[in-house]
Write a new protein. Sequence first.
Length: 408
Amino acid sequence: MGDRHRRFVWVLAGCFCSTLLPVFILNMAVLNATLGNNQMALLASQWQQRTHGSTYAPTLDGHHLFKTLRLNDRAADINTVVFGSSIMMGITQQAFPRQFSLYSFTKNSNPLGSVIAEAEYVQQHFANVRWYVVPLDWSLGFLYQTMRIRAVDLSLATAMEKAADRSGGRAPLLERMREAISYPRIAALAGTVKSILLAGNKRAAFREKIIQVGSDEYTCPDGSVGKDFDSMFRGLCAGFSYDGSSTFSYLNRVGGNAPSLILAALEPGSRYTTELTSAKGEPNPRFLERLATLAKAATRAGGGLILVMPPLLPGMEAAFLRNPQLGSALDRTKQALADWSRREQLTILDAGQSERFGCLPEEFVDQHHAVDSCYKKVFQFLWRQEPWPVGLLAPPASGLHQGQESPQ
């Protein structure tokens, strides 16, 4: 190696040691104490049960342990459970009438096959639960997946056993290392360091945000108390509320970026087009069969199954329907669901064209995550239907709620 190349290597190594290495070391120190630490999920759950506040817990398992603990703690005072992935996390208690007391058992990247298994477990083991809110989501392809529906165990005993396991709960070293240099962790650390530097008592701020187990308690914008048990997004009320919903407070809203995001969604190879076209718009019949069985059991128990096609960014689904290939596949999906719902005497709330319900781009954080204000408009439409009609239920183009014209 020549002197010039050797100098370049040393300069590169020096830049790394002076910039990324301190970030890596600090993030690793934090992640060693939090990521995959099942005890943190238990502490967060116990704190929320005691205070009814908002909390953020480590997310290695997609919130499964935390949400299972919370579901069991809330079992005595709920009669409705919302299932699904983060696409349904915007659904809050305020979107439902008083006779529905709900908990949102939504988790990151939770597919429909897992949702069905979870709903079946709740139906068999949670006597108070009568109503089940389940997404029929085409946009991420969950409706078309061919995964097997495997039985789950959501018991408190199993959750507590996992929370007490100090040997297998920690994330593997390589996974922690990858997470330490991921953009979200680096961005979160930058925000944390900035807040420490701006704090009046920097030593106390460093202890709270880096060293101690959980943040100090603070007040959220809605007046509720907050406390976070992960280093990510501390002090932002970015976790879960007492009803299990999320405010997505740490994410920017779409606003004027809607047209470009819709164009990106229409691109061949996007997450939205790939599953739709590969399945030719045909829902998994096994999923529908199990949901129909669940609906019958819920009806016999005095409740029911509330099926929702989640709201999408205003103008997005309309753009898909105008596309010859994509529109044909999506029409096939909607026709299959309409035929199935009429045959099984079920109601499906089709909120895909969210603009018909009055939802705005400012009520989305991306193409498929709607916040609580949009979901309130969607469910308000459902509650006005007496009785609920059978089949796909969506407002006409004029709508009961007049929102802005959808992006082209």
